[in-house]
Design a binder for this molecule. Sequence first.
Ligand SMILES: Nc1ncnc2c1ncn2[C@@H]1O[C@H](COP(=O)(O)OP(=O)(O)OP(=O)(O)O)[C@@H](O)[C@H]1O
Ligand SMILES: [Mg+2]
Length: 273
Amino acid sequence: MRLELRDVWHVYAPGNGFELPALRGVSLTVEDGEVLGVVGGTGSGKSTLVQHMNLLLAPTSGAVFVDGVDAGTLRKSELRRRVGLVFQFPEQGLFAPTVEEDVSYAPRQLGLAGDEVRGRVRGALESLDAAHLARRAPYTLSGGEKRRVAIAGVLAMSPEVLVLDEPTAGLDPVSRERLLELVTGLRSAGTSVVLVSHDLDEVAEVADRVCVLEEGRVRSIGDPAEVFYADPEVAPATVRVVAALGNICPGLGRPVRFGTTLQALRGLLEARG
Ligand SMILES: Nc1ncnc2c1ncn2[C@@H]1O[C@H](COP(=O)(O)OP(=O)(O)OP(=O)(O)O)[C@@H](O)[C@H]1O
Ligand SMILES: [Mg+2]
């Protein structure tokens, strides 16, 4: 699926005299099967932006298109099945008596057969390393376990676009790594992923394109190397290192991922004997 936001503005609480637009004319696309990283400072509008992707928030002006069709003309239930949104701190929204029931809630609403629902729930929990938690009560889980279960609940709907708002915030490094593997695995299976994150290093690892938001506007969007090397002071550590060494070590290129950066540095050191 291809999602497009065209000149989207969003004003919270319009008309009370204190309104401040949280989004000011955002235009961007989420291409079929890509991972789009969304970064930007606190309050820059990331969460507001992603809630427009399934029209949980309606644009004050502008529009959202799904494969060229105005999303406002689609049924809300259909749109929310196709564009799965995982909120920032989704663990606060777990409500059912058991994990299994919580994760099966959304697929049940789709009217699927019992076997199909059970299969999806098992698959979603397995892909989040949470199958062993199925019978537990959500309130007995650790923070990271709850987070994984909440993500499984959205994944069980088999969305075509999965939107994750700061999914790795507060997770330990291993859980974070596993979550990033899930993101790249989904991409391999053809699902688009929108990954909102404050962690530029993780965005560097998995994003096909990066969008930088600033005060409700798109400051830049595109290939991670182009975006990050244009602005190395707000770039992942890999880019900052290469940009800082660029003067004395020309020929490093513009690596972004950890592996390719290491390879570039190793190649240079080996060439120097
Ligand atoms: N429900 C709301 N009512 C009024 N203003 C809001 C509401 N939600 C967000 N805002 C304001 O909109 C702006 C953008 O907020 P948003 O939550 O989208 O930012 P963010 O980039 O996701 O920030 P963070 O990185 O802290 O999660 C902020 O100025 C915020 O105060
Ligand atoms: Mg946010």
